[in-house]
Design a protein around this ligand. Structure first.
Ligand code: NAI
Length: 296
């Protein structure tokens, strides 16, 4: 194992089971000291249990690694601060935050009520804000940080019954891209994954795929994105079962029409949508440059 994390401190939220547990174990195996955060609720976020986080800490200790449990919820600014405080109290610093905690409250949009919307946004999207915000100042001061957010193809591509979850998960893509830009001059790199794995969250959707889609086949991507040598920021990687790929936002060449009317948009809609020769703008500036170059 030549990719190590000696001296580094990693926070993994929702690390009491599933993907988060697998990430936490791998960081610890490679020498990081780990905060195993998990409030131990059910899939829909109700209830709590000290057991899952404590069990993963024990597993890490059994491997000879160092870890501490934290039971706070990511869903409030106070929770986020307490999670980061646990890392600072136990280990003196924070180098890595993996925003992984998550819940599901699926429902077709016409039946979706606020009790199904707010908690999902609070855990996935605001949860990442809350924990990252608490760590961000420390990372800026030390001139080093790695953040990995957990997005989902349900948001990037869309999935029936997940308007709440999909919006939160695509929100995390925007969060990742903006923080990638803001963190650049402080050597803070921020990326995201869109995982596919058999966990308690997806067991019903993936019958028989437990062996093919192990969380352990997603974790290497997360751990690499959290390493000092990883060169990229603001990017999103798809990972499942050992298949790893990059999602990106493409922009079609489109049309230029100085007399644009509703009718010309209709008549040239196929050309507007044509993906031939698309580009992948790295930022707003790239898109604006494309627009101006087409105008002149
Ligand atoms: P999981 O249910 O095993 O793990 C989620 C963990 O987050 C649980 O241990 C839960 O107790 C914890 N958690 C929930 N709310 C929390 C809160 N407020 N504060 C702290 N911890 C909290 O499910 P899985 O699959 O491991 O999910 C991990 C992440 O991956 C989630 O963000 C999920 O949305 C995302 N994801 C998973 C996919 C999959 O195929 N398994 C697909 C796409 C995204």
């Amino acid at each position: 194992m030549d990719i190590g994390f000696d001296g580094k401190v990693a926070i993994v939220t929702g690390a009491g089971g599933g993907l988060g547990r697998s990430h936490a174990l791998e960081f610890a195996r490679r020498g990081a000291r780990v905060v195993v955060n998990d409030l131990g609720g059910s899939i829909d976020g109700s209830g709590h249990d000290d057991g899952p986080a404590a069990r993963v800490v024990r597993e890490i200790n059994d491997l000879g690694g160092e870890a501490v449990a934290n039971l706070d919820s990511v869903a409030s600014p106070e929770g986020g601060a307490a999670i980061v405080d646990t890392a600072v109290q136990a280990f003196g610093r924070v180098d890595i935050v993996v925003n992984n905690a998550g819940i599901l409250r699926d429902k077709a949009f016409h039946n979706m009520t606020p009790d199904l919307i707010d908690p999902v946004i609070d855990v996935h999207l605001k949860g990442a804000f809350n924990v990252t915000k608490a760590a961000w100042g420390l990372m800026r001061e030390q001139g080093y940080g790695r953040i990995v957010n957990t997005s989902s193809n349900s948001g990037i591509l869309g999935n029936f019954g997940q308007a709440n979850y999909g919006a939160a998960k695509m929100g995390l893509v925007g969060f990742t891209r903006v923080l990638g830009i803001e963190g650049a001059k402080h050597n803070i790199k921020v990326n995201a994954i869109a995982p596919v794995a058999f966990t308690r969250m997806t067991a019903d959707l993936m019958p028989g795929l437990e062996d093919k889609l192990k969380p352990e086949m997603v974790t290497p991507v997360v751990v690499w994105l959290a390493h000092a040598d990883c060169p990229v920021t603001g990017e999103v990687y798809s990972a499942g079962g050992g298949v790893v790929a990059r999602f990106f936002i493409g922009l079609t060449p489109g049309i230029v029409d100085h007399e644009l009317t509703v009718e010309s948009v209709r008549d040239r809609f196929d050309a507007i949508r044509d993906e031939t020769g698309y580009t992948v703008p790295a930022n707003n500036g790239d898109e604006l440059r494309k627009i101006f170059s087409q105008l002149t």
